[in-house]
Write a protein that binds this ligand. Structure first.
Ligand code: NAG
Ligand code: NAG
Length: 163
């Protein structure tokens, strides 16, 4: 009697497991078909799946009107799953070498600080720094490690004088 009961629950469990598995497989198939539609050559499959759930388009604008060679270049990430600006900068640098940057790590509270974009360094000698402006052209309240750009936002890195 006891064994029968055990077999019964085993069969039931197996059935539930298979049913759940099939559900998961068809859901993920649906998911991947949906994801394919928004995939581009530059976005990984995983990114596209995430992007379908939380689509985010963010533009990075690098502006340097102070030091030769000048720069005024924008790059739009059409499908980013990144939360923080730093991750988006890393994606942009992967897509376009002109968006490569250098930085200094301060600490857990401040995170990374941008020193250079495309080889142009800010310096205390020139009294310059790379200012980060949000979608309303206001300085971001936090640095690249913690700033969370919104969908549709353009973030500008402007080489600026301080005085
Ligand atoms: C970035 O720097 C490289 C090397 O100096 C230069 O060839 C390129 O034009 C720069 N990109 C932009 C967008 O200014
Ligand atoms: C960028 O910085 C330069 C130099 O400080 C300044 O003249 C210019 O107004 C700034 N541009 C923006 C969009 O803030």
């Amino acid at each position: 009697m006891k064994t029968d009961k055990n077999i019964c629950s085993l069969v039931l469990l197996t059935f539930l497991f298979v049913a759940t598995c099939q559900g998961a497989v068809s859901a993920s198939l649906l998911w991947s078909q949906k994801a394919e539609a928004s995939c581009t050559a530059q976005t990984s499959f995983q990114q596209c799946v995430l992007c379908d759930l939380h689509p985010k388009e963010v533009t990075l604008h690098v502006l340097n009107t102070l030091i030769v060679p000048y720069m005024d270049e924008s790059l739009t990430l059409t499908c980013t799953s990144q939360i923080f600006l730093l991750g988006m900068m890393q994606e942009a640098a992967t897509q376009d070498t002109s968006f490569r940057f250098s930085g200094t790590y301060f600490n857990l509270n401040l995170g990374w600080f941008v020193d250079a974009y495309n080889g142009t360094y800010a310096s205390s000698e020139d009294q310059t720094y790379w200012e980060i402006l949000d979608g309303n052209m206001r300085p971001t309240p936090v640095g690249v490690s913690y700033y969370q750009p919104k969908n549709g936002e353009t973030v500008t890195f402007n080489l600026t004088n301080y005085s």
